[in-house]
Ligand binder design. Sequence first.
Ligand code: XUL
Ligand code: CO
Length: 452
Amino acid sequence: MSSISNSAETLPVIIGEKEYFSGIDKISYEGRESDNPMAFKYYDEKRSVAGKTMKDHFKFAVAYWHSFCGTGGDPFGLPTKNFPWLSSNDPIQQAKDKMDAAFEFITKLSVPYYCFHDFDLIEEGASLSESARRLEIISDYALEKQKMSGVKLLWGTANLFSNPRYMNGAATNPDFAVVAYAGAQVKHAIDITIKLQGENYVFWGGREGYMSLLNTHMKKELDHFATFLHMVKDYARKQGFTGNFFIEPKPMEPSKHQYDFDAATVIGFLRQYDLMEDFKLNLEVNHATLAQHTFAHELQVAADAGLLGSMDANRGDYQNGWDTDQFPNNIYELVETLLVFLEAGGLQGGGVNFDAKTRRNSTDPDDLFHAHIGGMDAFARALLIANEILENSRYKSLRETRYGSFADGEGKTFEEGNMTLETLADIAGRNGEPPLTSGKQELYENLINQYL
Ligand code: XUL
Ligand code: CO
């Protein structure tokens, strides 16, 4: 473990033909007394917490789509961010410029991983074969950059939601021709993920859902979806891919009703269609809140099923109801999240990917640094606090005591499934009305504040 973080110390900053973030050096850890906005106050990649370095706990990743492609357009206005790496009209040159900017940013920030959709890397071509040719060129370029920098690919995925052909779904499209097209696209995305030694592969089903049940054969679509996932998994395994597949639940947007609604729904689907062996979950904060859950709830559901794979870090907005994808900064909520994370023993194969974007009016190149530094520091600080709570407070023993009546005797016999309903009824008859026992919620809530 320490050898990994030691090698990180020497990871070079990779600058292409042009320096896009000039005036910004490698970001380093300066500690909480520092008031340098371009330094980490809490994220010290080499610091060990609960037996692991911060770097290994989180495996932070930068999301290609938000940070290097998202130019701030919204339904009411034009793009606001004039990213210089997007200025070329030649798609191949543009993709290379964008990758130069990406690796300069990632290595200056010392983030060990990145994530992409196929057509974040390079603009989709006019045909499948032209797209494949472009992906070949840019993945060669990425491989070189990865080798030079030591930066790794946390996961790859295919964009099966932006192109109009997917307006009725990709793998769940009612037209087989579209399903086949999606298959070809995923095959290429898997190929480049393997080529770049991607550690995982993600499915977020943006258009896998429906707008109206009146024109939708739900059972057929879900059967097709499962058949498609089996095919992809079989292909990838045949090509030697040993990583995880992750499904990323989201309840709505862009479809009114998405099939991968939340963690519990996805787990039921994986179990029903015999996909539990190869698939785990990639959970996203703002998707959890759209499903009316806390993020901690979603993590716990996945952890309890042994499927806590990866995380898309961001936050929503309490005053509006959509996927705002803001950078995380709420320490109290992150502590709740990291309590579950630490008790689950961390993530299975995945990492913490910043699926988050700077605001439309954050238009300076350094805003991208402030956003990521803030998110990484918030996670690091919350990790330290969550670990303190687990190691030094009454948190665990309080909760254990709450369930103490199952620790031995008749409660234990019940828990082990060795009791009949008749016996249960006899016990109640013998005991009479049970006393009221306080849940002490406020006491637990105060514990977090006490350790902040
Ligand atoms: C959309 C979303 C995606 C996935 C990858 O809300 O989260 O960016 O993470 O397709
Ligand atoms: Co996401």
